[in-house]
Every structure is written in structure tokens, then in C-alpha cells.
Design a protein around this ligand. Structure first.
Ligand SMILES: NC(=O)c1ccc[n+]([C@@H]2O[C@H](COP(=O)([O-])OP(=O)(O)OC[C@H]3O[C@@H](n4cnc5c(N)ncnc54)[C@H](OP(=O)(O)O)[C@@H]3O)[C@@H](O)[C@H]2O)c1
Length: 252
């Protein structure tokens, strides 16, 4: 039985990823802060198929604590889904610095630490797969969500670079770049009423595309024709103009 670790599994994309892997017979380690939601998620599955680890990934040692908790349980991670993340809408200087630094810790630093730690194990095990969740936001500058867009640009660049480092090896690195998707994300980021979220994709659809393409070995996964068209457009439109468009859609 292969083991998959999914961060941010208490809701949205992470919870749906967890259900998919559970249905397909994997051992699933689910982690997030909300313990009750993690328990509800796995309730219908036999206990030997899952492990719950409650962990806040915004603290400086959060990723290390998670890694140590997994090792203490003598579990071996074959697949890592670095999905935990959140956004915040508002002008950079109007938002709390502490909250924005916490966002950078969850979206980037913890993701890097978990990748580093589990890649060591995967190399020793002779293989493994990592899926990092970025966003189409990673392809353009995002005024009114400047730090969030920048964290996703980091995840995209980091993952695509690692994919090349590991090309031709038994280790696969992939990145998922969804567009606006119906989860708790919009409420947490306070962007539900913006034009950006006028027609969000269904989370089930995003995960079912991502799940298939990731297990088939695809490196960059962009679910939905509209999101793919947006990414193509970012290659031809000057970045100052992209920033203006991004600002216009991050409004009510
Ligand atoms: N929905 C979208 O439109 C969209 C688009 C592109 C990319 N994404 C990305 O998709 C990923 C999943 O988000 P989602 O849309 O599924 O949103 P969501 O429903 O809000 O889920 C976010 C998950 O991240 C976890 N998380 C947040 N802060 C955390 C912390 N400090 N420590 C540990 N876990 C934390 C949450 O768990 P707890 O609160 O229980 O800790 C939750 O399980 C994120 O990386 C997001 O940036 C989303």
C-alpha cells in the first residue's frame, strides 16, 4: 500500500484529493489545523488506511514537526501533495505584515522544507512523487494580492526547476495551477465578491483533472480551457498591463 501525505486536507482541494486517494486504496496522511474536519473526512474509511496529524504550517518549525511526527509513526511517504495555502486581499501596506509573513511561511517556506525533507527519503527509497499546488496567479503580478501572487510565482518556478533536476529519475515533481475554484479559499482571502470569482470552477473537477494528470506523470497541470488560455495570454501581454487587468478583477 502506497502512502500519500496531503497538507491542507481539512477542506477544499486537499479534502477532495484525500478522498480520491482513499477510494483508490492508498494510505493517506491528512494534515491541517482543523482536527474535527480531518476526522470527519476519514470517518468512513478503515482506520489502517489513514493517519491524522494536526499541524499549523505557519509556524517556523511546523514543517519539521510534521516530518518528525510522520517518522515517529514509522510511515514512509511515497507521494507528497503540498496543497496547504491561503490568500489575503488588500493593499500590501494596508494588510498586516504578520499575516502576510505567515502566508509566505505556509505557501512557500513550509512547502520548500517538506519538499526537501521528503525528497531525501524518496531518494533513499528509490522513488516518489511530489505535487505542489501553485495557481494561475503565479503567472502574473497581482496588485491587491501582491504577496499571494508572488508566493504562487515562487511555487511555480521552484517546482518547474525541480522537475527538470529530477527528469529521467524515479522521482516526479509536478505543479498544479488552478484558476478560481469553489472552496473556502475565496472566503478566507475575502475575494468572494470579486470579478475574479464570478465563474469559479468546481473543486471536484479541478481535482479529478489534477489527479489523473499527476498520476500519469504530467509536470505542469492547468485545469480548464479558460485557465489555459489565460496562461498563454500572459506570455504575450506586457507585465504592467497584466498587473492592471489583475487589479481590475480583484474588485467587487
Ligand atoms: N480555490 C482557489 O480559487 C484556488 C486557486 C488557485 C490555487 N489555490 C490553492 O489551492 C490550495 C488549496 O486551497 P483551497 O482552494 O482548497 O482552499 P481552502 O478550502 O481554504 O483550503 C486550504 C487548506 O489549507 C490549510 N491551511 C491554511 N492555513 C494553514 C496553516 N497555517 N497550517 C496548516 N494548514 C493550513 C487549511 O486547513 P486549516 O484551516 O484546517 O489549517 C485548508 O485545509 C491553496 O494552496 C491555494 O492557494 C486555490
Amino acid at each position: 500500500m502506497q502512502t500519500v501525505l496531503i497538507t491542507g486536507a481539512s477542506s477544499g482541494l486537499g479534502a477532495i484529493f484525500a478522498q480520491k486517494f482513499l477510494k483508490d486504496g492508498y494510505h493517506v496522511i491528512v494534515t491541517a489545523r482543523n482536527l474535527a474536519q480531518l476526522e470527519a473526512l476519514v470517518a468512513d474509511y478503515p482506520q489502517e488506511q489513514w493517519t491524522i496529524i494536526q499541524q499549523d504550517l505557519s509556524s517556523q518549525n511546523g514543517a519539521t514537526l510534521l516530518y518528525e511526527a510522520i517518522h515517529r509513526r514509522k510511515l514512509t511517504v511515497d507521494i507528497l501533495i503540498n496543497n496547504a495555502g491561503f490568500g489575503l486581499m488588500g493593499e500590501f501596506h494596508a494588510l498586516s505584515l504578520t499575516q502576510q509573513l505567515a502566508m509566505m511561511q505556509v505557501n512557500m517556506t513550509s512547502l520548500v522544507e517538506l519538499s526537501y525533507l521528503f525528497l531525501g527519503d524518496m531518494e533513499a527509497q528509490g522513488g516518489g512523487k511530489i505535487l505542489n499546488v501553485a495557481s494561475v496567479a503565479g503567472y502574473l503580478p497581482g496588485p491587491m494580492m501582491a504577496i499571494y501572487y508572488a508566493t504562487k510565482a515562487f511555487v511555480l518556478s521552484f517546482s518547474q526547476a525541480l522537475a527538470e533536476e529530477y527528469r529521467g529519475t524515479p522521482i516526479q515533481i509536478s505543479v498544479l495551477a488552478p484558476g478560481a475554484t469553489k472552496t473556502n479559499f475565496a472566503q478566507v482571502a475575502r475575494v468572494e465578491k470579486t470579478k475574479m470569482f464570478a465563474v469559479p470552477m468546481a473543486a471536484e473537477k479541478v481535482v479529478s483533472i489534477a489527479y489523473k494528470q499527476f498520476l500519469r506523470g504530467k509536470h505542469t497541470i492547468i485545469p480548464g480551457k479558460m485557465n489555459q488560455a489565460l496562461v498563454v495570454a500572459t506570455k504575450f501581454v506586457p507585465r504592467p498591463l497584466l498587473a492592471r487587468v489583475a487589479k481590475a478583477v480583484t474588485r467587487d
